[in-house]
Each structure stands twice: as structure tokens, then as C-alpha cells.
Design a protein around this ligand. Structure first.
Ligand code: NDP
Length: 400
């Protein structure tokens, strides 16, 4: 019987996953793209057919509705569900997968629509349910989380006896020409960057004000950029799984114009996640803002420049202190030429496809719920090189 793959979510990332699965159709078999708005699935399917020559099926599906998903999963019987809808749907899709005995993968940890918390607690709590259903759940198989967790696991496996510190360094030097836009779902993106910062040191989380800590990092092929400390979800699992770790931090680059826009929106209440009354209707300010901002999927044809995302680890090998910088550089225009998406969706969608490919091929297997760094990094690193995200390793990096 040939394999079946179900992708849920037809946004920027869903578009890349659909393209890349179609480009690896020998592994993914019959591909279906399901989402809330089926016309978006149909448009992606048409583009995939025109550019890759592979037909994919489409389906209207409400991923907030567990019963609807269970009925559909039983009918379709996919081998894997790739969840690239929003983090709000993680738990409902996980529950439908465990009810039907289908492997699961996502790219972002669960968030409750009413509280901006970023934590794995509720997904990890489904480990027993996944074991009982004899299925695998792979959490956070995007770029960060995702490839960054794998870079840490690769550094641990090949370069260190113990890693003491890790900085995850995320630079998007792309320019889309709009005064203000976000590169992926605006609601998720703005909730993340307007939250308090947090890093982990000597066994404890240290909280900072939003954007309180800044360092300039010299990103290869991009140059020096202001990089701000944020909380980011992969740190929660990495502190559990990286041996000897004493500190882990996450930095992301922002230009002054982005920060000024964001501060202004925040000051006037437009980033609020609570309902407010407006002319007799109830609206959530950040959702209304999403309606006004450019659709991230529309940034593809106009974004120029590069992304550079990596990890800088310091630790000890054979009694000697050393450091390793592992990073990946991607050009936005190259991404658009290949799959009609900008680099942020591309660098998320390709690792999602790779994680699913390794699961379908049985190269990565297990029962229960896993974070990326718990799996062997080598096959994933090989696939990154083959599937459009080649990486570099520099030992004892000295910025130019
Ligand atoms: P988009 O907002 O562009 O797309 C989300 C898609 O999910 C839309 O097609 C939307 O439907 C669909 N959707 C939303 N709710 C439902 C529902 N209840 N049922 C069915 N479909 C639904 O987001 P992105 O593509 O930018 O991001 C997708 C995911 O990737 C997010 O979880 C995001 O956090 C994650 N991400 C991860 C990164 C990483 O490196 N790990 C980086 C960037 C993103 P509709 O079209 O009707 O709105």
C-alpha cells in the first residue's frame, strides 16, 4: 500500500512543506493539504502541479475540532500528519492523531489563544497517550526550534565532551520594502517578541524586560547586526538534554524601524490579546492588526537579502576549552524562485519536511513525544545539505 501524507495549514510554511513533500513524492506518496480556507490549499496545489508536476489533494478542515479530524483521519488513513497550522491547534491535532494511531509532527509549541505562554508542558503530558497509541510525535521540527536543536545535538555528538554555554543566533537580514510587516503569522510573531525576555543560567530562568539585552553579532555573509535577547521555546527542551549546560540564551536581530513600530503599536494597545468592545462588536486588537498587516505569504516576491541562523557553543573537549559556530545562510530570492515563498517560511518548511521524511523512512523512530535533540542529528544534517539548507561549521570563530 502506498504512503499517504496529510499536511494541515495552508499558510507560508504549509506552502513550502507542500512543495518540498511533492519534490520528494517517492517518500511522501499521496499528499493531501488541508486547512480552514480550502481556496488557499487549492492555490498551493495548482502552483505545485505547475512547478513540480505532482498533483496534491486538498480538503477543508477545522483543526480546532477533534471529532471532525478523527472522522477525516479514519477515512484518509495518512501515515503522518504534518501540523503547520497555528500553535493553538497543536493539542487538538495531537489528540486526533493519538485517537487514530497516526504519527505527528509540528514546528511550534502549543500556545493558548488567551495566554501568551510558550511551553511544552501540555505536549509533553501527551507522551503516555502517544506511547499507548504506539505512535511517534516530533515536536518543533522547523528551523528554530528545529534545526537549531539539531545543531546543538550535532555539536554535542561531534565536537564536545561537555557544552557549557550556547547562544542561538537568529538573523533575518531580509528587506520586503514595507514600513512594517512580519515574516510569519503576525499574531504569533508579535506575541513572541513583545513578551519578556528570559534565559537560563546555572539551573535557573532569569527574566529580563522585553529587548533589555542587546549584543552585536557578526553574522557570516550578512555582517554585524544588533541582536536582542528573547525567550524562545527550544531552550526549554535543550536545558534538559544537553550535557553540562550552564547557560543558554537566544538572540534575534531587529532593525530600529521594526522596534519603533512595535513599541508604538504596543503603547496604543494594538498588541492586546484580550477582547475589547468596538462599535458594538468584540474584537481582539492583535487579531485586527493581523488583518491590516501584509499577509506574510505575500512577502515572497518582494523580499531581498539573507537569513543566517545558527548556534555558538562553548565547552570542553579532551580537557581543552573550545567553541563551535554552526550556521545556515539562505537567500530570500532563491527561496522564492524555488517554491514561491520567502526565506522564513522556507527555512521552517524544509526542516518540517525533513523530520517527516526521516520518520516515514524509519530512520528516526520511537514511541511517545520527542524533541529534536533527542534524535540522531547526523541524518538530519545530511538532509539539510541535500534539501536546500546547506550549513557551515567554524571552530573557534573569530568575527571579521
Ligand atoms: P500562517 O498564518 O501563514 O498559516 C497558518 C495556516 O493555518 C493558515 O492557512 C490558517 O488558515 C491555518 N489554520 C489556522 N487555524 C486553523 C484551524 N483551526 N483549522 C485549520 N487550519 C487552520 O502561519 P505560518 O505558515 O507562518 O506558520 C505556520 C506555523 O509555523 C505556526 O505554528 C508558526 O508558529 C510556525 N513557525 C515555526 C517556525 C520555526 O522555525 N520553528 C518559524 C516560523 C513559523 P486560514 O488560511 O484560514 O487563516
Amino acid at each position: 500500500m502506498s504512503r499517504k501524507t496529510l499536511i494541515i495549514g495552508a499558510g507560508g510554511v504549509g506552502n513550502v512543506v507542500a512543495f518540498k513533500c511533492a519534490m520528494n513524492a517517492d517518500v511522501f506518496g499521496e499528499i493531501t493539504l488541508a486547512s480552514r480556507t480550502v481556496s488557499k490549499c487549492d492555490e498551493i496545489a495548482q502552483n505545485v502541479k505547475a512547478k513540480v508536476g505532482v498533483a496534491i489533494q486538498t480538503k477543508q478542515l477545522d483543526a480546532d475540532n477533534v471529532d471532525e479530524m478523527i472522522a477525516y483521519f479514519k477515512e484518509l488513513q495518512p501515515n503522518i500528519v504534518i501540523n503547520v497550522a497555528l500553535p493553538y491547534q497543536d493539542l487538538t491535532i495531537m489528540d486526533a492523531c493519538s485517537a487514530c494511531g497516526i504519527d505527528y509532527l509540528d514546528t511550534a509549541n502549543y500556545e493558548h489563544p488567551d495566554t501568551a505562554k510558550f511551553e511544552y508542558k501540555e505536549q509533553w503530558a501527551r507522551d503516555g497517550q502517544f506511547k499507548e497509541a504506539d505512535i511517534m510525535g516530533l515536536l518543533g521540527s522547523g528551523f528554530d526550534p528545529g534545526a537549531t536543536n539539531i545543531f546543538c545535538a550535532y555539536a554535542q555528538k561531534h565536537y564536545f565532551d561537555e557544552i557549557y554555554t550556547i547562544d542561538i543566533l537568529d538573523c533575518n537580514a531580509g528587506d520586503h520594502g514595507y514600513p512594517f510587516a512580519t515574516n510569519f503569522n503576525p499574531e504569533i510573531n508579535l506575541r513572541e517578541v513583545s513578551a519578556k525576555g528570559r534565559y537560563w543560567e546555572n539551573g535557573e530562568w532569569v527574566e529580563t524586560e522585553p529587548m533589555e539585552i542587546m549584543q552585536v553579532w557578526d553574522y557570516p555573509e550578512v555582517g554585524p547586526k544588533d541582536s536582542y535577547l528573547l525567550y524562545h521555546e527550544e531552550m526549554e527542551s535543550l536545558v534538559k538534554h544537553i550535557k553540562g549546560l550552564k547557560r543558554i540564551r537566544f538572540f534575534m536581530t531587529f532593525g530600529q524601524s521594526y522596534l519603533t513600530h512595535m513599541k508604538c503599536l504596543e503603547n496604543v494597545g494594538m498588541l492586546g490579546i484580550e477582547e475589547v468592545e468596538h462599535n458594538g462588536c468584540k474584537i481582539v486588537p492583535i487579531q485586527f492588526l493581523k488583518t491590516l498587516l501584509p499577509d506574510p505569504a505575500s512577502l515572497g516576491p518582494r523580499t531581498k537579502g539573507k537569513t543566517n541562523i545558527g548556534i555558538y557553543a562553548k565547552g570542553i573537549k579532551d580537557g581543552q576549552e573550545k567553541s563551535v559556530y554552526i550556521y545556515q545562510v539562505k537567500d530570500h530570492e532563491e527561496c522564492y524562485a524555488e517554491v514561491m515563498s520567502q526565506g522564513v517560511s522556507y527555512t521552517t518548511g524544509v526542516p518540517a519536511m525533513i523530520g517527516a521524511k526521516l520518520m516515514l523512512e524509519g530512520i528516526w523512530s520511537g514511541k511517545g513525544v520527542f524533541n529534536m535533540e533527542q534524535l540522531d542529528p547526523d541524518p538530519f544534517m545530511e538532509e539539510l545539505n541535500k534539501q536546500g539548507l546547506p550549513w557551515e561549521v567554524i571552530e573557534d570563530y573569530k568575527p571579521q
